[in-house]
Design a protein around this ligand. Structure first.
Ligand code: NAD
Ligand code: GLY
Length: 375
């Protein structure tokens, strides 16, 4: 792998500065089974690990042992696995377990899994007894570089993605890079979409580095992964510290997501992975930026080539016939960034710079027609 990354891969902590809600993101190997990684948490009699049917059998025992010395009781809640289960009904399974086990308002929740488990556990923590502490232990690349950081929690609604939720920060984030060894390759690629995202919106050098190290990342080179996770967390931490509740700047982290969320909801949750939809969505948002005259064709071509190299789709699916673009527009109007019925897109408007703006429907239609699979 590229040497720039090698020299930066040793550091293992990124801090997220939010006043009295500041917290560390710990990044390294072997953290999941380490009592030290979980030291300094508030005193509580019980811990509840929330995981799913895939992750719990691999990692829950190791975490339970690491937490054993600190909590009198550690309970495990195992959710069904998949984006389609990020629902009210399954959120209730967490509340059922908390109540059945007599968990009080000091109980600490531990989200052990990818972004689905992390978002649901965070939302459960935000609302159980009006708020209990929680720790994020992300086990997918996507969750380590994005979803576990910054306090966005929630669930999907059949009409729109992540529509119900809360901003609620964890006490800490523990990224054990070893967990990425068991991650399916398709999920690794999905995580790379969110890594790539940080290039165009914030750091051109990082984009160059990802281009140079794409093979190393895809082959799970530990040093390359450590650098990708750390740099992504640094960029996200800096954005969130300036705009925790997305009154402005934080929206740039949604580059590709307006198109991407429409793909996820339009196809049915779980058909395309979130990262796949975001990867393709970034190509579409890049094309829109180009049609708005903000970037040149070469920039969009480079972005598309890297997304493709990462193993992600670059052509959008057909969501409806005969008016595919109309269906995309209908779904995108439900996006949380939409104001007064006007869809707002994150566009790239220069090297490592992004902004939020509207676009005429006719132009957006052209982009969708150009970027979607032809029948
Ligand atoms: P996911 O949580 O569905 O995990 C992907 C798959 O990998 C699942 O099948 C899971 O069981 C499995 N898995 C997880 N860790 C594993 C491991 N170490 N080994 C083997 N299998 C493992 O998906 P994701 O990509 O992690 O997260 C996507 C979700 O995150 C979406 O719901 C998205 O909306 C959300 N998200 C939230 C934010 C935020 O800021 N809160 C940001 C980005 C994405
Ligand atoms: N993933 C977008 C955000 O955290 O704001």
């Amino acid at each position: 792998m590229n040497t720039t990354a090698q020299s930066q891969a040793d550091s293992s902590r990124v801090d997220i500065a939010l006043g009295d809600r500041s917290y560390p993101i710990m990044i390294g190997s072997g953290l999941l089974g380490s009592t030290e990684a979980f030291a300094g948490l508030p005193k509580a009699s019980s811990a509840v690990i929330v995981s799913n049917t895939t992750v719990a059998p691999i990692y829950a025992e190791r975490l339970t042992v690491a937490l054993g010395g600190q909590f009198r009781a550690t309970h495990l809640v195992t959710l069904p696995d998949g984006e389609e289960f990020k629902t009210w009904q399954n959120l209730n399974l967490i509340f059922d377990a908390l109540l059945a086990n007599g968990c009080d308002r000091k109980t600490v929740l531990f989200a052990l899994g990818g972004g689905v488990v992390g978002d649901m556990t965070g939302f459960a923590a935000a609302s159980y007894m009006r708020g209990v502490p929680f720790v994020q232990i992300p086990t997918t690349l996507l969750a380590q570089v994005d979803s576990s950081v910054g306090g966005k929690t929630g669930i999907n609604h059949p009409l729109g993605k992540n529509m119900i939720g809360a901003f609620y920060q964890p006490l800490k984030v523990v990224c054990d890079l070893d967990t990425l060894k068991t991650l399916p390759s398709r999920e690794l690629s999905a995580g790379l979409a969110e890594v790539i995202k940080y290039g165009p919106i914030a750091d051109g050098n990082f984009f160059d580095w990802i281009e140079m190290n794409a093979e190393a990342l895809l082959s799970r080179d530990p040093t390359a992964l450590a650098h990708a996770v750390k740099r992504s967390c640094e960029i996200k931490a800096a954005v969130v510290a300036q705009d925790e509740r997305e009154s402005g700047l934080r929206a740039i982290l949604n580059f590709g997501h307006t198109f991407g969320h429409a793909i996820e909801a339009g196809l049915g949750y779980g058909k395309w992975l979130h990262g796949e939809a975001v990867g393709c969505g970034m190509v579409m948002a890049g094309c829109l930026s180009q049609r708005l005259g903000l970037v040149d064709a070469a920039t969009v071509h480079r972005l598309k080539a890297l997304i493709q190299k990462a193993g992600l789709p670059v052509t959008g699916p057909i969501l409806a016939q005969p008016d595919n673009a109309g269906r995309y527009l209908e779904l995108m109007r439900l996006d949380k960034k939409t104001l007064g019925g006007d869809i707002r897109f994150v566009v790239i408007d220069g090297p490592q710079r992004a902004s939020l703006r509207g676009a005429p429907d006719a132009l957006v239609r052209e982009v969708i027609d150009a970027c979607c699979l032809r029948q």
